[in-house]
Every structure is written in structure tokens, then in C-alpha cells.
Design a protein. Structure first.
Length: 449
């Protein structure tokens, strides 16, 4: 059995992780440019200053995507490359880069899927108070309007945000990602809400200025999967595969619920003592603009079993349970229960906007990069995605993370997620075995899985 007709096979990457050219052609600084310079924050002091030098090598990279048979490429725009100070004057050279990139993709027959914000927040706006400021959603709307006017004739698939839960939690609560803040509730809720408002206003801007758009957001939320699909656990979970704890920013109630249903959970106001921050009905209406799809970034999940008291709890997996290079649990059924749960709950078509694995890839003596683990990982996960589609979830496409090895945030260049190997000393690219394998998956629309 293959995936549905018109299923989209893509790859993904993000501006700060691959572009480099951190100080070129009028680009302003982002919080990541600044964070990487702080001692001890990033593995071995790595930075995204050069990264994969994609800013200069995009033609070569697109040619490689074409060789793999990629149908769609999910890229993100660097906000401070387009508006050096975040708002105000447009940096024409920055916009021109994205126009060239998009033209090149289209000429290669690859559809661009553009994410407005994948974490490289303008440093100047952060200095003004960033996401904590009431005005932050208007700043984002100004940026979205600029993008829609400049690129809207050539792009019809948009995502407003990438993983708002991750940059809010890891960047502003735990402080391990830029900007490195350690905030608590209620301030965290202010950030969550301003990000959601920004999403709504950006959807309005895209609808107003971009042609024929299909719009969504790429969310990372935590899912629980029944470990070993044990029937008793499955029964107890009763169709709820999301995390509901309100202190956990990865709960779908903070992200999918407001943007699709226009509501945060009612318990938030009393349990989390946030009554004073309860948004107005008008704001919730702005947030819940009609969108066309939900994007899900899924790598793993919380394995769940019943304890001796018959309660559901996160299970301690047996010693030796498979892990990826970055130490994430291999749990292929995350790509079944995650999308199925979100589809059943929110009734919107779904794209898997990220999924993949980090692996300790090396260039072998034969000059090739053999990554059977990645092929095995992707096969297992994609089989589960096929099962979700067969069981009724409307899944429009799949974007493998990542097209090439790149800067993995606080882990620097240690983690290799790519289908294409990048030698960071020479910038030489090598198609890994998994890239050749992915080509056959695309050709057969997944029938060989
Ligand atoms: C994220 C981002 C990507 C990562 C990828 C692997 O999930 O953190 O969207 O930028 O590189 O997910 O961690």
C-alpha cells in the first residue's frame, strides 16, 4: 500500500542552522548570534556564523535536493536578515536572497514551504523587551506583512511559527537556548499568549497580501504512547494521547487549542493563578484565525504504561531500549498516535513538518556515508504514519529533518540529522545512503515501506 495520492514528500531545514553569512549584506543580529558568543552555552563554542554556508551555496544544495527527488522544501526566513532591526527599514539584500532561493527551488520543481519564525529573533527587539512586550505581536505582524508583500506571489504554503513550545520553554524558561532566560509563570504565559497573538496576526497578514495561501503552524507538542501497545494501557488512555499537565508548556492546550479552537483550558486561570491575565474574547478571536493545516514535529514521545495501582504513568523503558545519537527514545508509534490524536481532536489536515534522527555518521574508507540506522528509523516511523493515514487521519505530507547536517542549537555540530553529510571544514556535501533510499520512497510514494 502506498501513501495517499498527492502526498507531499519533503525535507526541512532552518535559517540559522544552515545559512551562515551571519554578518553579511545588512543582516541584523538575532538572539542566537548573541547567545552563541556566550562562553559555555554551545557545545565546543560552535556558532552558526558559517554553518553550511547555504547563503552562498544554495544553488548546489537545491541541485542535490533535485537529485534526491525532493518535492517540497520547508525553509525558514531569518527575520533580522529581512528587517535588520526587526521593524522599520526593509533590508533589500536580505529579501533578494530569499527571492533568488525561491526562484531556484521553483525552477527545480521543488515547492517552497516557508516558516516565518524558526527562532532567530531580532536582537534589537529582544533589547526592547521581546515577547514579553504587548507590542510584540504587532512587530511580528509588521514582519509578516513585509514577507507576504515581497514573497507572496511565489510562495503559497506558509507556517507562522516553528515549535513555539520549544523556544518558549528551552529559551525562556530553562535558559539552555537563546536568549537564555529563566522565567516562570505568569511571565511565561505572557510570552505564550503574545506568540499565539502573533500567529493570528500573521495569518491575517498572509491572507491579505499573499496569493492563494495554505497556512498553518509547525508545532512540537508532547504525546504519550502506550508502550508496546499494551491493550490495558490503551484502554485506560481512552483516546487521549496528549500531555495535559498545565505546568508543561508542551501541552497541546497551549498551542493547538488556542489557534484552532480559540481557547486555553479553563483551569489555567485558577490552578495557575492567571486570572489577571485572562485574554479578552477579541484577542482569542484574533488568535483563532481559520487555518488550513497543523504541522507536527515529532521525534519521540512519552512511553506510558499502567502502574500497579492501575494509574497511567510514564514508563521506565527496559535497559537497552534504542536511542538516537542525541539520546532520544526511538518510539515509532509516536508517528501513529501523535497525528491521529491531533487530527481526531482538532479536525484539521496534518503535515509532519519534522521527523528524523541524529546519528554518528562518518565518511567510510570508500568515501561514502553509510547510515543504515537512519534508514531503519525512518522506515519504522513512516510505516506508523502510513497506519495513521489508513486509520483515517488526513495527512498531507511528510518533511524529513533534515535535508543536510546542520547547527543543532546548543549541541552545535555534534549531532548529524541530515540526509546529506556536510564536511564543515571543506563544505563538501555527500549524499548519505539514506538520501538514495529516500529517493526510492518518494518514487514509490511509500509503497516500499
Ligand atoms: C527543533 C527544531 C529543529 C531541530 C530538530 C532536531 O525541533 O528543535 O525544529 O530546528 O534541529 O528538531 O532537534
Amino acid at each position: 500500500m502506498s501513501f495517499s495520492k498527492n502526498f507531499i514528500w519533503g525535507v526541512a531545514a532552518a535559517s540559522y542552522q544552515i545559512e551562515g553569512a551571519a554578518n553579511e549584506d545588512g543582516k541584523g543580529l538575532s538572539v542566537w548570534d548573541a547567545f552563541c558568543k556566550k562562553p559555555g552555552k554551545i557545545y565546543k563554542g560552535h556558532t552558526g556564523d558559517i554553518a553550511c554556508d547555504h547563503y552562498h551555496r544554495y544553488k548546489e544544495d537545491i541541485a542535490l535536493m533535485k537529485e534526491i527527488g525532493i518535492q517540497a522544501y520547508r525553509l525558514s526566513l531569518s527575520w533580522p536578515r529581512i528587517l535588520s532591526e526587526g521593524i522599520g527599514k526593509v533590508n533589500t539584500k536580505g529579501i533578494d536572497f530569499y527571492k533568488r532561493l525561491i526562484d531556484e527551488l521553483r525552477a527545480a520543481g521543488i515547492t517552497p514551504y516557508v516558516t516565518l519564525f524558526h527562532w532567530d529573533y531580532p536582537l534589537d527587539l529582544y533589547a526592547k523587551g521581546g515577547w514579553l512586550r504587548k507590542e510584540s505581536s504587532d512587530w511580528f505582524a509588521e514582519y509578516a506583512t513585509t514577507v507576504a508583500k515581497q514573497l507572496g506571489d511565489h510562495v503559497s504554503n506558509w507556517m507562522t511559527f516553528n515549535e513555539p513550545a520549544v523556544f518558549t520553554c528551552i529559551g525562556h524558561q530553562i535558559g539552555e537556548h537563546a536568549p537564555g532566560d529563566k522565567l516562570e509563570f505568569p511571565q511565561l504565559f505572557t510570552i505564550i499568549h503574545n506568540v499565539n497573538l502573533s500567529h493570528g496576526k500573521a495569518v491575517q497578514a498572509l491572507r491579505a497580501h499573499a496569493q492563494k495561501s495554505s497556512i498553518g503552524s509547525a508545532l512540537a507538542m508532547e504525546f504519550r504512547v502506550p508502550y508496546n501497545e499494551d491493550p490495558a494501557t490503551l484502554k485506560a488512555m481512552n483516546g487521549n494521547f496528549g500531555v495535559d499537565t498545565l505546568t508543561n508548556i508542551f501541552s497541546h492546550h497551549y498551542w493547538a487549542a488556542p489557534i484552532v479552537k480559540g481557547a486555553y483550558p479553563e483551569q489555567l486561570w485558577s490552578t495557575m493563578k492567571l486570572e489577571a491575565l485572562r485574554p479578552s474574547a477579541d484577542e482569542m478571536k484574533t488568535i483563532a484565525q481559520p487555518i488550513d493545516f497543523l504541522g507536527l514535529n515529532i521525534y519521540s514521545a512519552e512511553p506510558t504504561t499502567l502502574n500497579s495501582k492501575g494509574e497511567l504513568e510514564e514508563t521506565r523503558v527496559p535497559a537497552g531500549h534504542p536511542l538516537t545519537g542525541i539520546d532520544w527514545l526511538v518510539l515509532p508509534s509516536a508517528l501513529y498516535y501523535g497525528p491521529k490524536f491531533i487530527y481526531d481532536t482538532y479536525k484539521l489536515p496534518i503535515y509532519i513538518t519534522e521527523n528524523g534522527m541524529s546519528n554518528r555518521d562518518i565518511v567510510s574508507l570508500d568515501g561514502k556515508v553509510h547510515d543504515p540506522q537512519r534508514i531503519d528509523f525512518l522506515t519504522r516511523y513512516l510505516k506508523e504514519l502510513k497506519r495513521a493515514q489508513k486509520d483515517g487521519a488526513e495527512i498531507l505530507g511528510y518533511f524529513q529533518w533534515s535535508v543536510m547536517d546542520n547547527f543543532e542549537w546548543a549541541k552545535g555540530y555534534k549531532e548529524r540529522f541530515g540526509l546529506i553529510f556536510v564536511d564543515y571544514c571543506t563544505q563538501k556535501r555527500i549524499l548519505k545512503d539514506s538520501a538514495h533510499w529516500y529517493r526510492t520512497v518518494i518514487e514509490q510514494n511509500g509503497a516500499n515501506l
